[in-house]
Design a protein around this ligand. Structure first.
Ligand code: PMP
Length: 411
């Protein structure tokens, strides 16, 4: 059933300049927001304004521009602290994105704490960026990786979770929302269960932050990672939340400017306090400023309203797509966010994606950087439509019409 968004959808869409463009003579139907969301004008303008009027390197300068740039950059850290309800602003580290954040945890906490004989638990739902850093480190350190399996509908298998926890993992990594199946994991409960057996918990929040209110203290996790470009912000910027007591103990990762206290050839080099200890070199300054504008924009619309609209879109898309003969929805867990993945009998996902593109409909096809899910389900990939605050029911209709046409052409 089509339900009006709890905000003025047409007015909201006008804030996104890219949504005006055409592809192959058709109005763009952008259903690939899980890969990267589009940016409202305020984000684009905030970056431009920064570059045009107060760009300077931060922290180190005494001049006016350096002070203004530093204040703007650190202001976003405070904003993000509040946005995810972290206890202290020192718990927010700016990174280049989720991948970078997870590699930071692997390269510091992981390298310092994981050894031969230890166990790390990963779910089968993880994006490659929450698998490969652990595999690389496991090769070096000799610890075991245990996989928490999924059920047919794409939800986490409770038995498998129990079995993994019975091995007392030192670390459990779980995505908050699966980018391929849309499964929303109950990370608050999973964190509590993992803490009971002494595991540190890392939550990959890349697909959750654009769709849900995140409260890291309510979740209780030790680390939470996300990317700016999935939350209406710039690419090349993201963050890692880490509990202060863990960050304080962690050794540095990348070495360079800003992460040191003193550097000497004669005495031992000493390091800065978190978060600066983990922010070596000049960061993506305009990216962080743009991320701040994205947070303001999200809050001006309201995450609850965005979530409600997207939920209605998922429901409508699932119902409409199911009317197509041979349709197989992949990922049907009860609690889903943002994405609808599917296959149609007798067709290949990439062929459907190519035909949809010619009709102006942008979807993603393939394994979505989650090959272990594809292996488990025995499929080559899926077609994935993903939604954001600006997505419309008419766009779902265009998707369905496009898939119907593609199927006719391909069968
Ligand atoms: N985790 C999940 C669940 C994702 O969807 C993605 C991006 N597709 C990533 C991690 C990696 O994010 P990034 O490329 O921004 O580092």
């Amino acid at each position: 059933m089509k339900r009006n968004a709890a905000y003025d959808l047409n007015a909201l869409r006008r804030e996104f300049p890219i949504l005006d463009r055409e592809v192959y003579g058709h109005p763009l139907v952008y259903l690939d927001s899980a890969a990267s969301a589009q940016k409202p004008r305020v984000v684009i303008e905030a970056q431009r304004e920064y570059e045009a009027h107060f760009h300077s390197n931060i922290h180190r300068g005494v001049h006016t521009l350096a002070t203004q740039a530093t204040e703007a950059y650190e202001g976003v850290r405070s904003k993000l602290t509040e946005h995810i309800n972290a206890a202290r602003r020192e718990e927010i580290i700016f990174t280049s994105g989720t991948t970078d954040s997870i590699n930071l945890v692997a390269g510091t906490w992981g390298r310092a704490n994981l050894n031969s004989g230890d166990v790390v638990a990963l779910t089968r739902l993880e994006h490659h960026s929450n698998i490969v850093p652990w595999q690389i480190l496991a090769k070096e350190k000799g610890f075991d990786i245990v996989v928490i399996e999924i059920d047919e509908d794409g939800s986490l298998c409770e038995e498998s979770l129990k079995a993994a926890l019975s091995r007392s993992p030192k670390l459990l990594c779980v995505s908050h929302v699966s980018n391929t199946l849309g499964t929303v994991n109950d990370v608050t409960r999973i964190t509590a269960q993992a803490h009971e057996v002494g595991a540190v918990v890392l939550v990959d929040g890349a697909q959750a932050v654009p769709h849900k209110k995140i409260d890291v203290r309510d979740i209780g996790c030790d680390f939470y990672a996300a990317s700016g470009h999935k939350m209406y912000g710039p690419s090349g910027v993201g963050f890692l939340y880490g509990k202060a007591e863990l960050l304080e103990e962690m050794p540095p990762w990348k070495g360079g400017g800003e992460m040191i206290q003193t550097v000497s050839f004669e005495e031992e080099t000493t390091f800065n306090v978190p978060p600066y200890k983990f922010e070596a070199g000049t960061p993506h300054l305009s990216g962080v400023i743009g991320l701040g504008a994205a947070l303001d924009w999200i809050n001006s619309v309201g995450l609850d309203k965005i979530a409600e609209h997207e939920e209605a879109l998922i429901k409508y898309a699932s119902e409409r797509l199911s009317e197509i003969e041979g349709m197989r929805l992949i990922g049907t867990s009860k609690d889903k966010a943002s994405v609808v993945s599917f296959l149609v009998d007798g067709t290949h996902p990439s062929d459907i994606g190519t035909i949809l593109d010619q009709l102006g409909v942008a979807v993603r096809t393939g394994h979505h950087c989650t090959e272990p899910i594809m292996n488990k389900l025995g499929i080559p990939g899926t077609v994935r439509a993903s939604f954001a605050a600006y997505s419309t029911f008419e766009e779902v209709d265009a998707l369905v019409a496009g898939v119907e046409r593609a199927v006719k052409m391909l069968r």
